[in-house]
Design a protein around this ligand. Structure first.
Ligand SMILES: [Zn+2]
Length: 412
């Protein structure tokens, strides 16, 4: 049984799930949701702008979720049904640029708007979502980790998830005593103890600067004697990105190497933001106007920098409603995957989906969105200047520099 299934079996979780499903059905089928939608529209300044975020779109959810991180995956069928539910809820699909103009009060809209966005540049999105969207004339924005496009590299969270799978199957023992607490939590999760692996991975990636993370992955792969790249999780290449752009779709920047910028210094930040914009523009010949923060995390400093570099907007993963007149560099977004629309018996639930896009759960106190606003790790200008002048040394795996696993023949 996987971690998510175990969590679902817990009595408290089960009760909450049943309540949520029953509430969704009551609100959806009684027509009450129109009242929720109207109230939300007024609270947002007269128009709702819903931005949806997706990561991977695959033919078979169950099969894909068995080998990779389930939380970013949706099946083609559920994806298409969600878009039908969105349209039925009264939203009109709009390009991001148009929605930003409505949010910044440069134009008005007769209907509520829904914007589709895809993060991370996965090839399955190109294969399965893009043809559908094009055939229906539905606009979307695709945020690319530009430096990884056209390479065989996978995203770091996919590489770690893959390596943990290998370590777990080999029954390696994590060296808990020698590790800093955040790494120890991750290693215990990897071995099936404590937190679910995807949650522990999120916490870890949200704590370790990019270079240290890469080094840890390479070291772990070397010690396991395995390549760090899983067979799954392929990203699109530039030819595919150019086809998306040529079809009139917008490509946005998502850093060069998928870096959580709140953990980095100013030189790296500028390099990742400007570099990703310039690389996509050079490869496609189209302007890049929109940015997506990795992990959805931003800071005051980052917002200023993105705004100064010629972008029109930046998206977070904060599941709050967008209000007219708010900062376009901290756009709120609802990130969806298969589970959002899965009913109690595993079937597609139009009631759950419509309550989700109408934000009913949050309005009745069932949802608890997380803020993406973080403290910049090296916050003061003096620290930033110092970092700019310092040559960056090769980081160690963790505070002790030790390996996270005892490999066969070693004592833990
Ligand atoms: Zn991402």
């Amino acid at each position: 049984m996987d971690d998510s299934k175990q969590a679902q079996m817990h009595p408290t979780h089960l009760t909450r799930t049943v309540v949520k499903h029953a509430a969704a059905a009551a609100v959806h089928y009684s027509g009450l949701r129109r009242g929720f939608a109207a109230a939300r529209r007024v609270a947002c300044g007269g128009r709702r702008v819903l931005i949806l975020g997706y990561h991977r779109v695959v033919p078979d959810f169950e099969r894909e979720a068995a080998q990779s991180i389930p939380g970013g995956i949706i099946s083609i069928q559920t994806f298409q049904r969600q878009l039908e539910s969105v349209a039925r809820a009264g939203y009109e699909f709009a390009p991001l640029g148009q929605a930003v103009e409505v949010l910044t009060r440069q134009r008005t809209s007769k209907k509520d708007l829904c914007v589709l966005t895809f993060d991370d540049g996965y090839r399955d999105v190109y294969r399965h979502a893009f043809p559908f969207l094009r055939s229906k004339g539905i606009p979307a924005t695709f945020y690319l980790p530009a430096g990884l496009i056209g390479t065989q590299r996978r995203l770091d969270h996919d590489r770690l998830y893959h390596l943990f799978g290998i370590a777990k199957r080999a029954r390696l023992q994590p060296k808990i005593d020698e590790l800093p607490p955040e790494t120890a939590t991750l290693m215990l999760a990897a071995m099936g103890q404590g937190k679910a692996v995807p949650a522990a991975l999120d916490d870890y990636i949200g704590d370790v600067p990019s270079d240290a993370l890469r080094f840890a992955i390479e070291l772990l792969a070397a010690r396991l004697g395995e390549a760090p790249e899983p067979a799954w999780g392929e990203l699109m290449n530039w030819e595919e990105a150019r086809r998306i752009s040529a079809a009139g779709y917008e490509l946005g920047a998502h850093t060069l190497e998928h870096v959580v910028l709140t953990l980095e210094g100013p030189t790296r930040i500028d390099h990742e933001i400007r570099g990703s914009k310039e690389l996509i523009e050079r490869e496609t010949g189209s302007p890049v106007r929109h940015f997506s923060y990795c992990n959805g995390w931003y800071s005051e400093q980052l917002v200023h920098r993105v705004a100064r570099m010629g972008f029109q907007s930046a998206v977070t993963t904060e599941d709050f409603p967008n209000r007219l007149g708010e900062n376009p560099f901290t756009l709120k977004r609802k990130v969806l995957w298969e589970d959002f629309s899965t009913g109690l018996f595993g079937q597609y639930s139009p009631a759950l989906t419509s309550c989700c896009v109408d934000d009913v759960f949050r309005m009745v106190g069932l949802g608890h969105p997380v803020s993406g606003n973080r403290k910049q790790r090296f916050a003061s200008e003096a620290q930033w200047r110092l970092l700019d002048n310092r040559s960056v040394s090769r980081p160690s795996l963790d505070k002790t520099g030790s390996l996270p696993f005892a490999v066969e023949g070693e004592t833990a």
